[in-house]
Design a protein around this ligand. Structure first.
Ligand code: NAD
Length: 480
C-alpha cells in the first residue's frame, strides 16, 4: 500500500492543510492500493500563488529563453521515460489499462509529446515586426497566457497531463494540475520527474482532489486559462464558468465515433488496427470507434468478425503483459457500463457476445468485451458515450447512408474508414464532422492538433496549435 503524506507545491513536497485523504482502489482487485492527501482550497491557494510567483515579471522562470525551455522539456521526457517501469504498472493497477498498453501510451507517448514540444520550440519565433499601413510599425509578441489550471481525467492520466504540461512549459506558462482521484498515485512519480528534470519551483504544482477542488481551481482568481479533459457534462459546466469569467478554456470531451467499413475492407488484415480503434484501454477512450458501420452485404460477416475479436481478446490481470482487456477503472464505471448494456437490451438490440462480468474473474471491475447487432441508430446504445468495451455494429446501404449515420451524433471527436481505395477514403474523411479522422488506422500524433467538434469540445491540444493555445498575442505600436 502506497502512502503519500505531502502535496507537490512550489517545487517541493509540502504538508497538506487538511487531514482529508484520497484512497485509490485497485481496479482488478477492489482492494485499496494507496492513499494520498486530498488538497483543500487553502492548498489550491498556495499552489496558485506559487504558480503566479513563477510568472511574475523578473522571476527566474520568466527569464528562461526558448532554448532553455526546450532543453528542460527534453530532460523531462528522459525523466518520465526513466520512471516508466514504475508508472506503467501503477496506471494498470489504478485504471485497469493493460500494462503493455500503458508502457506505450502512458510512458513512451508522453515522452514523445515532451520531446515534440522541445523540437517545436527550437523552430518557433515569438516576436514579429510588421510594417504598419498607417505610418508606424507594429511588433507582435506571443506571450505566455499565464497560470494554467489543468484538470486531467483517469483514463490516460500521464498522456493527458503531457498534452497540457508540454505546450505550457514550451510557452513559458506555469500550471496547477488537478489529477483525478482515481489515478493520483502516479502523479507522485511525475512530481519526482519534474524535480529531477530541474523544473523551477512553482512552474508545476499538483493538487489531488475531486469535483469540488476542480471547481475551486477553475474559478480561482489567480488562474488565467483552464484546460480540461473529461465528460461533456462537466465540460459544459466548466465552459459556462469560464464564459462568466471571460477565461480562455480548452475542453476535450466525450465521443461516440464511427468506424466505417467499405465493401472492400480486408477484415482479417485490419484486425489489429480495428482492435486499437475500438477496444484500446478497455474502451475507456474518448476517441474509441464504438459504432461500427458495415455494408449490408458484409454485415453478418462483420458482426461475426467483431464477436471473434472480442472472444479472442485475453481478459484478466492488467499487470500481465499478455492481457488485452483489463477491468474498468472503478465500480461506478462498471455499473455505468452495465446500465448501458441493460438499456441496450431493453431497447431491442441483439447481444452477440459478452454483456456481463466474466465468470472466471471474481474480483475487480471487469466487463466482458460486448458486441451488439441490430442496434437502432437512434437508441441510447448508438448515441451515448459508454466508456467501456461495448461495440454496436450497424448495417448501411450505400456510402451516403454510412456518412449520414456517422454524422448522426452529438459528438465529433474522431472516426475511421477501412478500405484499400484511397480516393473513397479521402471522400469519406472530408464528409465526416469531427476534429480527427483515421484511414485504416487511428492513432493520435503529437504533431497534429487534437480535439473535437460539437459536444466533443472546444479548442485543440498537440501540434503547433496546442502551443498557440498557451500563448496570447500582444501588439506594440511604434512611431517608426
Ligand atoms: P468527469 O468529467 O467527472 O471527471 C474528469 C475530471 O474532472 C476529473 O479530474 C474530475 O475530478 C474532474 N471534475 C469532475 N467534476 C468537476 C467539476 N464540476 N469541476 C471541475 N472538475 C471536475 O468524468 P468521470 O465521472 O470520471 O467519468 C464520467 C464519464 O466521462 C465517463 O463515463 C466517460 O464517458 C467520460 N470521460 C471522458 C473522458 C475523456 O477522455 N474525454 C475521460 C474521463 C471520462
Amino acid at each position: 500500500m502506497i502512502e503519500q503524506k505531502a502535496l507537490f507545491i512550489d517545487g517541493g513536497f509540502e504538508a497538506p492543510s487538511s487531514a482529508e485523504s484520497i484512497t485509490v482502489i485497485g481496479a482488478a482487485t477492489g482492494d485499496p492500493i494507496g492513499c494520498v492527501p486530498a488538497a483543500a482550497p487553502a492548498d489550491v491557494d498556495r499552489a496558485v500563488a506559487a504558480a503566479r510567483r513563477a510568472m511574475a515579471p523578473g522571476s527566474a522562470w520568466t527569464g528562461w529563453d526558448a532554448q532553455a525551455r526546450a532543453d528542460l522539456l527534453d530532460r523531462l521526457a528522459d525523466e518520465v521515460e526513466a520512471r516508466g517501469g514504475t508508472v506503467a504498472p501503477l496506471v494498470a493497477q489504478q485504471n485497469g489499462m493493460p500494462v503493455t498498453t500503458a508502457m506505450a501510451v502512458e510512458v513512451a507517448l508522453p515522452a514523445a509529446v515532451y520531446r515534440y514540444y522541445a523540437d517545436l520550440l527550437r523552430d518557433t519565433t515569438f516576436s514579429e515586426i510588421r510594417p504598419g499601413i498607417l505610418g508606424g510599425s507594429v511588433r507582435v509578441d506571443r506571450v505566455p497566457v499565464g497560470v494554467i489550471g489543468a484538470i486531467v481525467p483517469w483514463n490516460y492520466p500521464n498522456l493527458l497531463t503531457a498534452f497540457k504540461v508540454a505546450p505550457a512549459i514550451a510557452a513559458g506558462c506555469s500550471v496547477v494540475i488537478k489529477p483525478s482521484p482515481e489515478t493520483v498515485l502516479d502523479t507522485y512519480e511525475f512530481a519526482e520527474a519534474v524535480l529531477a528534470a530541474g523544473v523551477p519551483a512553482g512552474v508545476l504544482n499538483i493538487v489531488p482532489g475531486g469535483a469540488e477542488i476542480g471547481e475551486y481551481l477553475v474559478g480561482h482568481p489567480g488562474i488565467d486559462k483552464v484546460t480540461f479533459t473529461g465528460s461533456t457534462a462537466v465540460g459544459r459546466r466548466i465552459g459556462a464558468r469560464c464564459g462568466e469569467l471571460l477565461r480562455p478554456v480548452t475542453l476535450e470531451l466525450g465521443g461516440k465515433s464511427a468506424a466505417i467499413l467499405l465493401e472492400d475492407v480486408d477484415l482479417a488484415a485490419s484486425a489489429e488496427g480495428l482492435f486499437q480503434a475500438t477496444l484500446i484501454n478497455n474502451g475507456q477512450t474518448c476517441v474509441a470507434n464504438t459504432r461500427i458501420l458495415a455494408p449490408r452485404s458484409r454485415y453478418d460477416e462483420t458482426v461475426e468478425f467483431f464477436a471473434e475479436l472480442s472472444r479472442g481478446a485475453a481478459i484478466g490481470d492488467p499487470l500481465d503483459p499478455t492481457t488485452l482487456i483489463g477491468p474498468l477503472a472503478t465500480a461506478r464505471q462498471r455499473d455505468r457500463v452495465e446500465g448501458h448494456i441493460a438499456r441496450g437490451l431493453a431497447d431491442g438490440a441483439r447481444l452477440v457476445v459478452g454483456g456481463g462480468r466474466p465468470a472466471s474473474l471474481e474480483r475487480g471491475w471487469f466487463i466482458e468485451p460486448t458486441v451488439f447487432a441490430d442496434v437502432d441508430p437512434a437508441s441510447a446504445l448508438a448515441q451515448e458515450e459508454i466508456f467501456g468495451p461495448v461495440l454496436s455494429v450497424m448495417p448501411y446501404d450505400g456510402v451516403d447512408e454510412a456518412i449520414a449515420l456517422a454524422n448522426d451524433s452529438a459528438y465529433g471527436l474522431a472516426g475511421t474508414v477501412w478500405t484499400s481505395d484511397p480516393t473513397a477514403a479521402e471522400a469519406i474523411s472530408s464528409a465526416i464532422d469531427s476534429g480527427t479522422f483515421g484511414i485504416n488506422y487511428f492513432m493520435l500524433d503529437p504533431v497534429a492538433p487534437f480535439g473535437g467538434t460539437k459536444a466533443s469540445g472546444l479548442g485543440r491540444e498537440l501540434g503547433p496549435e496546442g502551443l498557440e493555445a498557451c500563448l496570447r498575442p500582444r501588439s506594440t505600436y511604434s512611431a517608426v
